[in-house]
Design a protein around this ligand. Structure first.
Ligand code: CA
Length: 226
């Protein structure tokens, strides 16, 4: 297993490399974002451990630079209690995050969990509770009932399902579904969410699409609201 660590703190980087090598991994270490991006693009890594705060290019920019070409799962190292970093990291495509400071055993467990997921695969079907979405046939079904969605509503639901459990901001939804820069003057995202909700949530007792005030929207199952 081949790991890439991108960490500018010399002592921490060396310590992580040593520990991971001793745990049986082959490890490369980059000391800044530019170097990390170049290595991530050219190397064939199974996992990347990526610090957020890096010289020359931060972890978010690095992830953005990899967009579309990244075949490996990413574990982000964030500042302690920086919820914003965590959300931003997950939105940028990180698969997991670990707040600093952390125990090495915790990092090792996270890395192994990411590796167990196996290579990233293109999924053609998403499921959440009684909701199913088939990307090949473009069918959305809830509790056996086919949902009549527009193309944008389908794309929106697919994104929310793919990132289920993660809060997605209006800016991310606007960018990924409509390909536009989010402008707080427009309510295109909220209107689409409302229409989608009317079709996929309102007729059913358990609600899946939730508003997170001040942050955005999340699709997830919550304890029975009956
Ligand atoms: Ca750092």
């Amino acid at each position: 297993m081949h790991l890439l660590i991108v960490e500018d703190e010399v002592k921490l980087g060396d310590y992580l490399r040593k520990g991971l090598v001793e745990s049986g991994f082959s490890v490369d270490l980059a000391r800044d974002g530019i170097e990390g991006l170049a290595m991530a693009r050219s190397g064939n890594y199974d996992v990347m451990v990526l610090d957020v705060m890096l010289p020359r290019m931060d972890g978010f920019q690095l992830l953005a630079g990899l967009r579309g070409s990244r075949p490996m799962p990413v574990l982000m190292l964030t500042a302690r209690d920086a919820v914003e970093d965590r959300v931003r990291g997950l939105e940028a495509g990180a698969d997991d995050y670990l707040p600093k400071p952390f125990a090495f055993s915790e990092l090792l467990a996270r890395v192994r969990a990411l590796l167990r997921r196996g290579p990233m695969q293109e999924v053609s079907r998403y499921v959440l509770g009684d909701l199913q979405l088939d990307l090949t046939t473009r069918r959305a079904v809830r509790a056996g009932t086919r949902l009549d969605l527009t193309a944008k509503e389908f794309s929106l639901l697919a994104l929310l399902l793919r990132r289920q459990g993660q809060v997605l901001s209006r800016a991310v939804l606007a960018d990924q579904v409509w390909g536009m820069n989010f402008d707080s003057e427009t309510n295109v995202v909220d209107v689409a969410v409302r229409r989608l909700r009317r079709k996929m949530d309102d007729p059913f007792p358990d609600k899946l699409l939730h508003t997170v005030r001040g942050m955005g929207y999340v699709l997830e199952q919550r304890a029975s609201q009956a």
